[in-house]
Design a protein around this ligand. Sequence first.
Ligand SMILES: [Zn+2]
Length: 156
Amino acid sequence: MKLSEHFELSEFTRNSHGIPNEPPAEVIPVLREFCERILEPLRAHVNRPVAITSGYRSDELNRLVGGTADSYHRATPNRCAADVRVPGLPLEEVFDWLCHESGLEFDKVILERGKRPNTEIDDCIHIQYRSENPRRLAYLGLTHGQGAYTPVEVTA
Ligand SMILES: [Zn+2]
C-alpha cells in the first residue's frame, strides 16, 4: 500500500524478527500525513531515497526491540515515528538540515548512534511526528547506548 509518492506501508512494517507487524487501520492516516509533511520534503531535499530502518512497531515488536512503552513507533491515530538513514549522506548533514534549515513540523528528532561500536551500520535519525502541537525538539542521542541525550536548538 502506497502511503505517499515515494513511501510504502511495507517500509514501515518490515522487521528483522519476521513477526507480523500490521498497524490497525486507524493509524494509516497519520502515517500518510507523516510521509507527506516530513519524509517527502526530506527526500526532495536530499534528492535520493530515504531508508526507513524502523517504522511502525506492534506491541510485541516494540518489546522485542527494547522500545520504551510510550515510544511513538507504536503509533496512535495522531502520532508515529520512523528511524531513517540516507544512504550516501552523513547523518550529521541530514540532522543539521532538519534542525537548522528545513522548517519541518516534526515533534522530535534524535541523532542516534547505534549500539554497535566501530560501525555506523545501526546509526539513524529518529523522527517522531504528531498531528497537533508538534514541539520541534531535537537531541543528540546516546552513543552506543552510553552517555546522555543532549538538547540541540532548532533554529529554522
Ligand atoms: Zn526511533
